[in-house]
Ligand binder design. Structure first.
Ligand code: ADP
Length: 151
């Protein structure tokens, strides 16, 4: 029966907007370009357990352009307390020039993820304000109709 359910979910992807599946921006763990990565902040980042953290401009909390890959902190000494902007940040992917829209379909975002730029994308409104993030895992959960329990 699982096969039938999954085939049904594949067909549903085209009609399902990313806004239904994304993690809303108020629930996203983010940093600012000016955030200082001291011991306390690094501990907080590690305890969240996310592998990618959207980074907003220092002067605009809704303007995200980069992300910090948490694996970069493996060799980081938090006693140096560097601000986020000193790290080698990764562009935060947008599907198209001004980002994925809430009505972008899950099928389109899956195709975007398949292009290999990233497995996390930002969803923005037409003014460029961030609404949420979506990852490959969110789409796969839709496909299998069950939550994936992180290791
Ligand atoms: P990770 O590898 O960081 O665990 P996944 O791609 O497996 O991320 O996504 C797991 C869930 O966490 C998804 O629902 C995704 O939308 C959400 N997510 C990813 N990054 C963040 C973040 N920085 N803050 C909050 N939620 C996030």
């Amino acid at each position: 029966e699982d096969e039938v359910l999954i085939i049904g979910s594949v067909l549903d992807l085209r009609g399902k907007p990313v806004s239904k599946v994304m993690t809303p921006i108020q629930d996203v763990f983010t940093l600012s370009m000016d955030s200082v990565l001291d011991k306390e902040t690094v501990t907080k980042i590690l305890s969240q357990g996310y592998s990618r953290i959207p980074v907003c401009a220092a002067d605009d909390p809704m303007n995200f352009v980069n992300m910090l890959l948490v694996k970069q902190l493996i060799a980081y000494d938090s006693d140096t307390s560097l601000p986020v902007k000193c790290f080698d940040l990764t562009p935060l992917p947008t599907t198209g020039n001004d980002g994925a829209r809430p009505d972008t379909s899950c099928l389109d975002i899956l195709n975007f993820f398949q292009e290999g730029k990233s497995h996390l994308a930002l969803i923005s409104n037409s003014q460029g304000g961030a609404l949420g993030v979506i990852t490959l895992e969110d789409v796969i959960e839709e496909l299998i109709g069950e939550e994936i329990i992180d290791e």
